[in-house]
Write a protein that binds this ligand. Sequence first.
Ligand SMILES: Nc1ncnc2c1ncn2[C@@H]1O[C@H](COP(=O)(O)OP(=O)(O)OP(=O)(O)O)[C@@H](O)[C@H]1O
Ligand SMILES: [Mg+2]
Length: 246
Amino acid sequence: MNKNVKVQVTHLTKKFGELLVLNDVSFDVYDGEFLCIVGPTGCGKTTFLNSLTHLYEPTSGEILFKGEKIDLRKHDIAYIFQEYSAMEWLTVKENVRFGLELKKQYKGINEKVKDALELVGLTKFADYYPRQLSASMLQRVVIARAFATQPELLLMDEPYGQLDINLRFRLEDEVVRLCKQTKTTVIFITHNIEEAVYLGDRILVLTNKPTSIKEIVTDELPHPRDIAAPEFVEMRNRITDLIKWW
Ligand SMILES: Nc1ncnc2c1ncn2[C@@H]1O[C@H](COP(=O)(O)OP(=O)(O)OP(=O)(O)O)[C@@H](O)[C@H]1O
Ligand SMILES: [Mg+2]
């Protein structure tokens, strides 16, 4: 793996009033890396992403993208939120198209929309409105919208929580394939340790609040990974041990 640093987090601290959430967190995300972050509920995973995208200002410390303060208008970053965020007044197809238009990616746009809908299995629902879809279908619209743009940095906050196991497995394989192919850097947040071991190049394990880094585990198991392989089970157990005291 190329060890150029893409995202640099230094001494990041975030307080909400008296509540200390992120407590002096520092780590790097490398170019083209798939970094999974696992941590207990309420430890500040979403807060971290919100600090990265400047929804919140850090109390102290900073996050840089390619050495610069992050600017979402300038930097090619896409994110998939924990709660789905499809636009109600646009059809499925138009929602995906909107993401591409926002990034001014007009070239081959119809083809890109079609491919993204195919990927998430929503081709037949292209002309439906969000209110006509189930929660998992809505989440797939948002995933298609982010994937279609092939961003340089993809932020995913529990993106597959709503999906059934078949679809989750399919999209996990697809996200790995796409990200390796396009050399996308990914920060992927999940509660699911097996999912983290299946997807990640590294797995960053957070502590409970006030939150710091418990350990960063390197995962060099070859793809496609076999969740029943002894090395896989061993790594999963090791991470489970790290977080037993949550
Ligand atoms: N805007 C806010 N104002 C005040 N407190 C907040 C705000 N956003 C988050 N918090 C608090 O910060 C802590 C971390 O919240 P956050 O949503 O980042 O956790 P999380 O790790 O994403 O949890 P989950 O796994 O449940 O998604 C929580 O205690 C939460 O109550
Ligand atoms: Mg969260």
